[in-house]
Design a protein around this ligand. Structure first.
Ligand code: GRF
Length: 195
């Protein structure tokens, strides 16, 4: 038994959210990041994990969708919560079943709007701008077998001012993500006492 709750982070790219989560739980009394996993050998998140001396695991499509390796690894590390932070692949059924209601994701828009397959990164923000929305935001939600459809845990919003461009909207959203994601993970772990 580990004394602290254990977090696994999945990320496919830069990992700025992963960075904030690793910062938040470094020297934390009750929880720690146990591992960072990625499908992308070139993802900058790997460097970030190294900087925190957090172990990493890189997997390919076959391993992820047709073997038990990832589930076995997470179970052997006694992971309590799986956190997706810019992870672009759909979660397979074996992983969902192994961690029921313990896999969460962050999405850079106010779901159910601007979600679903292909709605990631700049595609999201460009659609928001094109539609002349007056606000956008972030959504943290449980993960199920569909992209961006699980139960919503938290949303924060920001106003889109006249003249806000893609970069500004991205920036506003990212500020909210970095602020809220670590705190929401902490709250969920507190509620998960009896795992
Ligand atoms: C974030 O905007 C998140 O909402 C989405 O992917 C992006 C990841 O960014 N799921 P980063 O890699 O954490 O910088």
């Amino acid at each position: 038994m580990h004394l602290k709750k254990r977090i696994a982070i999945f990320a496919s790219g830069s990992g700025s959210n992963a960075q904030k989560i690793m910062e938040h739980f470094k020297n934390h009394n009750d929880a720690e990041v146990a591992i960072v996993l990625t499908n992308n050998p070139d993802a900058y998140v790997l460097q970030r994990a190294d900087n925190f001396e957090i172990p990493t695991h890189i997997f390919n499509r076959h391993e992820f969708y047709h073997t038990e390796t990832v589930v076995t690894l997470l179970k052997s590390l006694q992971v309590d919560i799986v956190v997706l932070a810019g992870f672009l692949w759909l979660i397979p059924e074996n992983l969902l079943k192994a961690f029921p209601n313990k896999i969460i994701n962050i999405h850079p828009a106010l779901l159910p709007k601007y979600g679903g397959k292909g709605m990631y990164g700049d595609f999201v923000h460009k659609s928001v701008l094109q539609n002349g929305e007056e606000e956008s935001g972030i959504t943290i939600h449980f993960v199920n077998e569909h992209f961006d459809e699980g139960e919503i845990i938290h949303q924060s919003r920001f106003r889109i001012e006249k003249g806000d461009d893609l970069e500004m909207i991205k920036f506003k959203g990212q500020q909210l993500e970095h602020l809220h994601y670590p705190k929401i993970i902490e709250q969920l772990l507190k509620k998960m006492k009896s795992i």
